[in-house]
Write a protein that binds this ligand. Structure first.
Ligand code: PMP
Length: 362
């Protein structure tokens, strides 16, 4: 087997030891004579996985007792619709901080079921090349919540500061930077993230929600879409996708073994540092469109002098065993997604390749 270095934006690369562990016990989970995926979601084998996944997540993100961990389906996209349906009271509006495609989609969904407005933007001359500062926000003190995307997976921008919204709950889409560094969970009313970038495979969305907010879900929305239902049912109100939760549990064990959120941050800074260093040291060839203070540690993006050179770069990288570096179709260029699971040694190999490409094509 020849594994490639996979820079895909999500589903993304996973730690090899985690894949091997799942592979080794796929047919017989912990001596039970059946695969984990054949176990009832209400039986003891899955119950153990479920409880451990939640406990590890709590521990690694240092989640206070005021907040609960929930698992839901429908991806982060379902949360674009569900967060406003659950958290916005009658006649209330919600604030959205705009950083590109994902916040656009979140705002559009919120507008279907009520009032929502833009409260700040990272758009400069038509492009989302930065995130707005706190001072640039125009926050409504009566808003039900303020929503932002902590890391914009497509634009390669990331907030490196918290949003201060006073008493208004902060809702964060952390799909592409969850658990990539320690955070102060008490500053958030709701955090949601699809698992398929930093936490595991696709198929499950992890939520961290302030319990008093979850209990506010209105009776006017169907029960299965209420945060209160998921909270009160311990995310087992109906059949949960057991395998994705099991894989998340395995990834969380791996993160814990490496030293937790602090170790992830050091590892992620090291990897991003290598890529941005390579770009800045070869600025006659590579160019990062994102302002320095807003650069993402998860999805560094950059351009080459011409689109033809970008095509050649992508093809040569694939030939050298490095895939998934084509920028999102809406923006073009190169994107290297280097989530928690990406090995620093693999990023180093990519950087060597990129430097040699620059030398050969300058
Ligand atoms: N938000 C962000 C920041 C994302 O990167 C993505 C997926 N790339 C989504 C939301 C949508 O996630 P899903 O496909 O799980 O609904």
């Amino acid at each position: 087997m020849n594994r490639v270095i996979n820079f895909s934006a999500g589903p993304a690369t996973l730690p090899l030891p985690v894949l091997e562990y799942a592979h080794d016990e796929f047919l017989d989970h912990e001596g039970t004579g059946m695969s984990l995926i054949e176990h009832s979601h209400r039986g003891p084998a899955y119950a153990k996985v479920h409880a451990e996944a939640k406990a590890l997540f709590r521990e690694l993100l240092n989640i206070p007792d005021t907040h609960e961990v929930l698992f839901m389906q429908g991806g982060a996209t379902a949360q674009f619709a569900l967060a406003p349906m659950n958290l916005r009271g009658p006649g209330q509006s919600a604030d959205y901080i705009m950083t590109g495609a994902w916040s656009d989609k979140a705002l559009a969904e919120a507008k279907i079921t009520g009032d929502a407005r833009e409260a700040g933007t990272g758009k400069v001359d038509g492009n989302y090349t930065r995130v707005p500062t706190q001072a640039e926000l125009d926050l409504d003190p009566n808003a039900a919540f303020v929503h932002y995307t902590t890391n914009n997976t497509i634009m390669g921008t990331e907030f490196h500061h918290y949003i201060d919204a006073g008493d208004v709950p902060v809702v964060a889409d952390m799909s592409s930077d969850i658990l990539s560094r320690p955070i102060d969970v008490s500053r958030f009313g709701l955090i949601y993230a699809g698992a398929q970038k930093n936490l595991g495979p696709s198929g499950i969305t992890v939520l961290v929600i302030r319990k008093d907010l979850a209990e506010r879900s209105p009776d006017s929305i169907p029960k299965i879409f209420r945060y209160s239902t998921i909270l009160n049912g311990d995310s087992l109100q109906n059949t949960i996708p057991t395998f994705p939760v099991y894989m998340v549990r395995n990834v969380l064990r791996w993160i814990q073994d490496l030293g937790g959120a602090e170790a992830m941050e050091a590892r992620n800074r090291e990897k991003a540092g290598m890529i941005y260093g390579m770009i800045d040291d070869n600025s006659d060839f590579f160019r990062c469109p994102v302002e320095r203070e807003s650069r993402s540690l998860m999805n560094p993006v950059f351009r080459l002098p011409t689109e033809q050179l970008e095509k050649d770069f992508i093809a040569e990288a694939a030939h050298a065993g490095m895939v998934g570096i084509k920028g999102h179709r809406s923006v073009g260029g190169i994107r290297t997604s280097i989530y928690n699971s990406m090995e620093p040694s693999d990023v180093s190999r990519f950087v060597e390749f990129a430097k040699s490409f620059a030398r050969g094509n300058a």
